[in-house]
Ligand binder design. Structure first.
Ligand code: TEU
Length: 577
């Protein structure tokens, strides 16, 4: 059995501060806005908040481009505000984790400004610089064929006119990758970690931490996205040869404190690598793995593609990660949304007629999986994707804008393809989770004053979907989340630490699994369709009592007690005998 730890039992809530709550009246969320809402989070059952980047930044990628790691961007407030946030969290027995974005900096960071100033600057090797490739016709090309993550049609190597070399910048030109081969870079990162830990932060969400070690011969990438020249170089920049060593060095710093660490690892899939990172000897407590959030991506295409999925895919994914962690003493981070994804109710269920049932059904599954719970702001309200009738100019994300600009140019004469691109944005854009949090039914949804224009448009559904409307209603999505989180903690031996087994893996409509400890056994059954089903997947497993469900309570048995009738998007949790 996995050893107990507070970071396994806590509920982590991700705030995307730009869109959480604007306290100072400029239409942009801030740290004081988070402070205002701490009681709301406490009521929901949150123990730890993760704050997406609030450091000084030109905000090319919403703060994931940092120009000063030891200061707060004035848009978000001040150092004093953060100190107050930590103190007020402490009064409520809550903690803060910060986003540690150290695979890259902003191109406006003083380190990069120095590095780019001349080829012999002492910080030149803090980043990766390379000469271009000379084409047969004498023209210069980027040294390698790697593409950008936030614009897969572009080169990840950016030309710098002054020193006549290219620098590596995997996400955008304004986010140059740090060279972790340099011990000075690594010490500088350790110093940043200590700076925040000494201030009272209790850990980090580590941005693309699987990217920090790159294969130093920088080979060209093979074709992954069919039919284009630039290709994802992840085979050479993710899970690189020195990743474990670099993580281990960070662990030594973390060991001086009592922390929670969660690594964002979009490319870690190899089971041994996962366990090396989060097993008993691992350097991180847990990682975000992305199989679930990639379930509807077409292989061989960029994220702007769609493939059908069904309950068997979900069971395969959960089955593998849950069992992997349990069998090999690793630890899961359970999440269905973040600031890079669409809304889960829109993506995995139904955000229209059955929205409330569907959001609660997702919660039923989410809160009974093993691992540390992560909730993304608004998920607890069943917030939805941006409506289809919004113009593309309402989408603010650099990735979306890059793609739309490309599509408009590329498909200028192909209406069908352009409309497909629009559809993909409506399904997949990161903007969907970045619209302002919906606090109440007043204009601007209580995110900012009615007289102020919010930095990003509020979803039109706020008069209907908002926190005030849900807080005091016992049947709301919010109340269901609160209840499920309490229930999970009451039965933590089972739901946090217990065993896991998929039930009926081949059924295409129902995701069901068993959770158990030495003394208890429970089942979760979730209908992933909008249809009434007669389901007999329980086989001879006897359910003594159904305890939690998203419908007024009664579970319909059909004929023999082994077949149950599930209503559209129904989710139920039952105790087995
Ligand atoms: O994301 C890293 C990442 O690889 C993806 O989640 C990526 O953003 C997505 O596939 C694009 O659709 C992290 C941050 O979460 C993201 O917001 C940043 O843009 C990125 O790193 C760079 O810091």
């Amino acid at each position: 059995r996995s050893p107990k730890a507070w970071w396994k039992e806590c509920v982590v809530y991700q705030t995307y501060p730009a869109s959480f709550r604007d306290a100072n009246g400029d239409g942009h969320g801030d740290v004081r806005g988070i402070i205002e809402k701490l009681d709301y989070l406490k009521t929901l059952g949150v123990d730890v908040i993760w704050v997406s980047p609030i450091y000084k930044s030109p905000q090319v990628d919403m703060g994931y481009d940092i120009s000063d790691y030891k200061d707060i961007d004035p848009k978000y407030g001040s150092m004093e505000d953060v100190d107050e946030l930590i103190a007020k969290l402490g009064q409520r027995d809550m903690k803060l984790i910060m986003d540690l974005v150290v695979n890259h900096t902003s191109d406006q960071h003083s380190w990069f400004l120095e590095s780019r100033s001349s080829t012999d600057n002492p910080k030149r090797n803090w980043y990766f610089w390379k000469k271009g490739k000379v084409n047969e016709d004498g023209t210069l090309a980027p040294p390698k064929n790697w593409c950008r993550t936030l614009d897969t049609t572009q080169s990840a190597w950016e030309w710098d006119n002054k020193t006549q070399e290219h620098y590596l910048s995997i996400f955008s030109a304004e986010q140059p990758d740090l060279n972790w081969e340099s011990t000075e870079v690594r010490s500088a990162v350790h110093d940043i970690m200590r700076f925040w830990l000494n201030r009272g932060v209790c850990g980090f969400r580590m941005d693309v931490i699987d990217h920090i070690s790159k294969v130093q011969s920088f080979p060209d990438a093979e074709e992954q996205i069919l039919g284009q020249y630039f290709q994802p170089g992840d085979n050479f920049f993710a899970n690189g040869p020195r990743l474990d060593e670099f993580l281990h060095e960070m662990r030594k710093v973390l060991n001086e404190y009592d922390t929670l660490t969660v690594g964002e690892m979009p490319f870690v899939n190899d089971e041994d690598e996962v366990i090396r990172t989060v097993g008993l000897q691992g350097s991180l407590n847990m990682i975000f793995m992305f199989e679930l959030l990639n379930v509807d991506n077409q292989p061989g295409r960029s994220k702007w593609s769609y493939q059908e999925w069904n309950a068997t895919d979900m069971k395969r994914i959960h089955g593998r990660t849950q069992r992997l962690m349990i069998d090999r003493n690793g630890w899961n981070a359970v999440f269905s949304e973040n600031h890079d994804s669409p809304r889960s109710v829109s993506r995995f269920a139904d955000d229209d007629e059955w929205r409330e049932y569907a959001a609660k059904m997702l919660c039923t599954k989410h809160t009974t999986l093993g691992g540390t719970e992560y909730i993304y702001q608004g998920e607890e309200l069943g917030m939805r994707n941006i409506p289809d009738d919004w113009s593309m100019t309402e989408y603010k994300d650099i990735e979306t804008q890059n793609y739309w600009t490309y599509a408009c140019k590329q498909y200028a004469n192909n209406h069908r393809k352009l409309e497909y691109a629009r559809k993909m944005i409506q399904l997949k854009a990161r903007d969907h989770t970045r619209t302002p949090m919906q606090w109440d039914p007043s204009p601007n949804a209580g995110f900012c004053k009615p007289s102020v224009k919010p930095w990003m448009r509020v979803n039109d559904d706020y008069p209907r979907i908002n926190a005030v409307a849900q807080l005091n209603s016992p049947h709301s999505v919010f109340s269901y989340w609160k209840h499920c989180l309490e229930f999970r903690k009451e039965h933590k031996e089972v739901f946090i630490y217990g065993g896991f087994e998929i039930i009926d893996p081949n059924d295409k409509d129902v995701v069901a699994f068993k959770r158990f400890s030495d003394n208890e056994c429970w089942v979760t059954v979730t209908n992933f369709t909008g249809k009434y089903l007669e389901w007999s997947g329980l086989g001879d497993l006897k359910v003594e009592q159904w305890v939690i469900g998203n419908y007024p309570f009664e579970v319909h048995k059909v004929g023999s007690s082994l077949t149950i009738k599930l209503r559209p998007w129904e989710g139920i949790i039952g105790r087995c005998s």
